[in-house]
Design a protein around this ligand. Structure first.
Ligand code: PMP
Length: 419
């Protein structure tokens, strides 16, 4: 019999297999300094395009003050225990109510992390009689919730409403036979490629089929919709989304998240059955108090969002004008697609970081097809026009070097890995 650890060592995972070539540089890089557009990587200043701090709240002085005051007053422990046992406070209740209202829903429930909470929500909404239909590009938190569930599963092609309809029709028949219901899942904004999900298109199918619609709007909360209420608000179908999920990891610049719905019995079901909350310690009050302050700022400062979108448009238009393929974007997330080998992709990143001092994230195969390079830029409201101009020019130069095969012949930079 093989030793378990020997077996694991002989089969590294898809990211792990690169660890000796990537650790500390391409993967697990350490960004230092104040969160913002200019940070430090390996001791050198870089222009940072990697953080989902869309509205700049991470270092807003009022946010920092609220976080610090809550930490000083309550510490990180309070309240102890799960909310159901001993971890309830009036502020938890207030924050989830305010979050629900902001996202055009009536009832909310906090989750300690977006990933665990979304996974666990899906788990607690479905049993073996039900059927779930979901977009092929959904985030791991959705995929893993579906994987955990004993429900039957159907995946539709990314953002293809016609394909979704076919699966929903099959799902409805199957659910009827099994005596269960149907849950359809998509994202508000797909965080890797920046397209909005077809929330309205799917919601319209409710006129023909009986199902409930859940969206994960991690990137849309605070950024999409006239009031920042989310992608479902922007697409004019807020009421048709039955379960709305978002994380604090992006616009809220914190840790945690929430689920919201208009159905009181469903939020009660979630509160009493969601295993990631029932069997886990309550969200620390620091996150809750900090969350209240962040939401207050998002509500009272629409100009944060206006500035964000000015920057998004300047960056995306500038890339298009320079002939870049950035896809058909309807969100802040800005992917830049280029052609090249994996070796070239690593050289592009090294050139960007070492010579142009630009820090952005890279997505490599198998996440995208072989022969492609995807560099992802996340504009925020605090990037300046100069930051954007500089980045556009750098991207144009890098693209020319790639086209001239310079990254195959020249060694652009030495990278320093953690060994
Ligand atoms: N959903 C989406 C679409 C995400 O991008 C993320 C990553 N932040 C999550 C869920 C998980 O959220 P968290 O980081 O709060 O666990």
């Amino acid at each position: 019999m093989i030793d378990l650890f020997d077996k694991i060592k002989s089969k590294p995972g898809p990211l792990e297999m690169w660890h000796d070539k990537a650790e500390g540089y391409y993967m697990f890089p350490e960004l230092e300094g104040e969160i913002g557009s200019h940070m430090y990587f390996q001791g050198k200043e870089v222009l940072c395009w990697s953080l989902n701090n869309y509205l700049g709240l991470a270092n807003h002085p009022e946010v920092r003050k609220a976080d610090a005051e809550a930490a000083a007053k309550y510490g990180m422990a309070y309240p102890m225990g799960a909310r159901v046992m001993s971890g309830q406070t009036k502020w938890h209740k207030q924050l989830e109510q305010e979050l629900a209202n902001f996202s055009h829903k009536q009832y909310g429930c906090l989750i300690n992390y977006g990933y665990q909470g979304i996974m666990s929500t899906i788990d607690c909404l479905l049993d073996r009689h039900d059927v779930v239909v979901y977009d092929a590009d959904c985030h791991a938190s959705i995929i893993d919730g579906i994987r955990m569930s004993p429900a039957d599963k159907y995946k539709f092609r990314h953002n293809d409403v016609a394909d979704a309809e076919k699966r929903i029709a099959i799902a409805c028949k199957l659910a009827e036979q099994k005596g269960g219901g149907v849950l359809v899942i998509t994202e508000g904004v797909f965080g890797m490629r920046g397209m909005q999900g077809k929330v309205k298109g799917l919601a319209d199918l409710k006129k023909k089929y009986t199902f409930r619609l859940l969206i994960d709007d991690a990137h849309g909360f605070g950024t999409q919709g006239e009031d920042g209420g989310g992608t479902h608000v922007e697409q004019g179908c807020a009421d048709e989304v039955d379960v709305y999920c978002a994380t604090f990891a992006k616009s809220m610049a914190s840790t945690g998240g929430f689920i919201a719905t208009n159905d009181k019995a469903i939020i009660t079901h979630i509160r009493y059955n969601m295993r990631s909350q029932i069997y886990a310690k309550s969200m620390p009050l620091v996150n809750v108090m900090g969350g209240l302050k962040r939401l207050e700022l998002i509500r009272n400062h629409p100009e944060f969002r206006t500035k964000l979108w000015e920057n998004v448009r300047m960056l995306q238009n500038g890339l298009r004008e320079r002939g870049f393929d950035i896809g058909d974007l309807t969100s802040c997330v800005t992917p830049v697609y280029m052609k090249g080998s994996l070796e070239e992709a690593t050289q592009v990143v090294a050139d960007m970081r070492e010579n142009y001092r630009i820090f952005c994230s890279i997505v490599i195969p198998p996440v995208i097809p072989a022969g492609n390079i995807l560099l992802r830029l996340i504009p925020t409201n605090y990037h300046t026009k100069e930051d954007i101009e500089y980045t556009l020019n750098a991207f144009a130069e890098v693209r020319d070097k790639l086209a001239n095969h310079q990254y195959v012949t020249d060694r652009v930079a030495d990278v320093q890995l953690d060994k």
